[in-house]
Design a protein around this ligand. Structure first.
Ligand code: IPE
Ligand code: IPE
Ligand code: MG
Length: 229
C-alpha cells in the first residue's frame, strides 16, 4: 500500500495583491496591507497543523526592485511593521522566524528588526516560517557555486545543495501560486525539483485556510513517484 504524502514543507508564491486592490478601486498598497493579514492567518493556521513543519513565503523577489520606488518603500515599511506587530503571534504560536535571500540591500533598521525577530524566536519549533526577502533562486544558486569555486570545492548535487542557503529547510512538498499565473518567477527552483504544483486563481488577500486544506487534500491523492514506477 502506498504511504500517504506528508505536507511537511509548503511554499507559497503570494501573488495578486495589486489586482485585488485594483478590482476594488483601491491603491495597490492596500492590497499589500490585506496580503499581510493573509500571511498572519495562513501562518497561524499552519503552526497548528500536525504535518506542516516549514512554510516558505515569497514576499519580495530580486526582480521586485523594478517596481516604483513608492511601492518598494511601502513594502519595506510594511515588513518592518509586520515583524514588530507580529512578535506576539510568533511567541503565542511558537513559530520560528527565518529568512532566505540577500537582505544586505535593506536598510539597517530593517536588517536589525529581522535579526531581532530571528533571535527572539529561534527556540520555537511548532512551525518555521521562512520569508523569502530579496530572494531569487538563480542568484542563490550562483552565490553557492561562486563560494565553492573560491574555496576549490568539487561540485556535486549533494555538495552544491549544502551550500544553497534555502536548502537547509528541505525539499518543498507543496508549491502554491495564487493570483492565476502559472510560473515560478525564480522561486525555490532547486528545492522544488519534486514539489507538487498548485496554481489557484484566488488573489493572495483572499487565500484562506479552507483553500489551503483543500490543496492539502488534493496533494494526498497525488502519486509521487520521484522517478520510480
Ligand atoms: C504579490 O502581489 C506581492 C509582491 C510581489 C510583493 P503583486 O504586487 O505582484 O500583485 P499583482 O500580481 O500585481 O496583482
Ligand atoms: C512573484 O510575483 C514574487 C512574489 C510573490 C514576491 P511577481 O508579481 O513579482 O511575479 P511576476 O512578475 O508576475 O512574474
Ligand atoms: Mg504579481
Amino acid at each position: 500500500m502506498q504511504m500517504s504524502n506528508i505536507a511537511r514543507h509548503i511554499a507559497i508564491i503570494m501573488d495578486g495583491n495589486g489586482r485585488w486592490a485594483n478590482e476594488r478601486g483601491l491603491k495597490r498598497v492596500k492590497g499589500h496591507e490585506r496580503g499581510a493579514e493573509a500571511v498572519r492567518t495562513i501562518t497561524t493556521y499552519a503552526s497548528n497543523h500536525p504535518e506542516i513543519d516549514v512554510l516558505t513565503l515569497y514576499a519580495f523577489s530580486t526582480e521586485n526592485w523594478k517596481r516604483p520606488k513608492m511601492e518598494v518603500d511601502f513594502l519595506m515599511r510594511l515588513l518592518n511593521n509586520y515583524l514588530k506587530n507580529e512578535m506576539e503571534t510568533y511567541i503565542r504560536h511558537q513559530i520560528r522566524f527565518e529568512t532566505i535571500g540577500d537582505i544586505s540591500r535593506f536598510s539597517s533598521a530593517l536588517q536589525d528588526r529581522i535579526a531581532k525577530t530571528k533571535e527572539a524566536t529561534k527556540r520555537f519549533s511548532k512551525l518555521t516560517q521562512v520569508l523569502a526577502l530579496n530572494y531569487g533562486s538563480q542568484d542563490e544558486i550562483a552565490r553557492a557555486a561562486r563560494t565553492m569555486c573560491d574555496r576549490g570545492e568539487s561540485i556535486t548535487v549533494e555538495s552544491l545543495e549544502k551550500r544553497i542557503e534555502s536548502s537547509k529547510f528541505g525539499p518543498v512538498d507543496i508549491l502554491i501560486r495564487t493570483g492565476g499565473e502559472q510560473r515560478l518567477s525564480n522561486f525555490l527552483l532547486w528545492q522544488s525539483a519534486y514539489a507538487e504544483l498548485f496554481f489557484t486563481p484566488t488573489l493572495w488577500p483572499d487565500f484562506n485556510p479552507d483553500e489551503l486544506e483543500r490543496i492539502i487534500e488534493e496533494f494526498k491523492k497525488r502519486q509521487r513517484r520521484f522517478g520510480g514506477i
